[in-house]
Design a protein around this ligand. Structure first.
Ligand code: 6GU
Length: 252
């Protein structure tokens, strides 16, 4: 497996987008024992819109299609003993090889708690790819030999254990999909997200200006755009210093 070389800052992301043209299309294939679990989350909100706009195509594949017998078996006991099943080589390899025939994948990503922890920079880097294959682990995970021979990146979404890689795949598709140029209506709204430029987002307010006597800061009602931008930047700095000082000094 290659080391994580595709970290990408927001300025690198903008450079890449302007270099490669504005409209791009991304294909994401996902192999899972539970594809149904992902159907609803991947067909709502921004990710639904990305697909409707023709900017993103998500194809879910049931691993059982490549099961080794008529019982739909895709997992087996682990060598050396111990609780929990392991996803077998053969169904995974056959699935990967079949999909590779029709697609030239930029990355084959295994979602696993021992992968590199997902952050904005990794999401930015992956949003520049055109063809991605995700493999969702289940049970104790997949046979190490598949990781050694087919997987090009391994990603975790945080330091806690999920029952399977499917919920992590949803998170990853959302984080990447919203960055595809043209997916968000107002392109700047992805650029001003928390974590782009290593700062958390400032507080936001909407009407009414006075709710139960709780007032919106005067500056936001002033109409002075330069002052408002300054205030937002100060608030973002303050919030980041208070909540995530680690983001401001180096790795975040
Ligand atoms: Cl990608 N998979 C599982 N099973 N648990 C996780 C994870 C992935 N990321 C964090 N916890």
């Amino acid at each position: 497996m290659s080391s994580f070389s595709n970290k990408c800052s927001i300025s690198q992301l903008i450079t890449q987008i302007s270099r490669h043209g504005y409209l791009c299309h991304m294909n994401i294939h996902i192999i899972s024992v539970l594809p149904e679990l992902m159907e609803s989350p991947l067909n709502h909100s921004i990710i639904k819109r990305a697909q409707e706009k023709g900017l993103l195509t998500i194809t879910l594949h049931a691993l059982r299609k490549w099961a080794v017998n008529e019982y739909g078996q895709v997992d087996d006991y682990q060598y050396g003993g111990g609780a929990g099943m392991v996803m077998m080589c053969e169904p995974l390899e056959n699935a990967i090889l079949e999909l590779k025939k029709e697609n030239k994948f930029d990355e084959i990503i295994y979602l696993t708690p021992d992968g590199a922890t997902l952050n904005q920079s990794i999401a930015n880097g992956l949003s520049l790819k055109n063809n991605l294959l995700f493999i969702c682990g289940h049970y104790k995970g997949i046979d190490q030999r598949i990781r050694d021979h087919y997987i090009t990146k391994e990603i975790s979404i945080g330091d806690y254990v999920l029952s399977g890689g499917e919920t992590a795949a949803i998170v990853l598709v959302d984080a990447i999909g919203r960055l595809i140029p043209g997916v968000l209506n107002d392109e700047t709204s992805a650029l001003t997200d928390s974590f782009q430029d290593r700062l958390l987002a400032p507080p936001v307010y909407t009407r009414p200006a006075d709710y139960h006597g709780w007032k919106v800061p005067d500056i936001l009602l002033s109409g002075d755009l330069r002052k408002i931008e300054e205030w937002r930047y100060e608030q973002a700095l303050k919030r980041t210093q208070e909540r995530r000082p680690d983001m401001m000094d180096g790795e975040g």
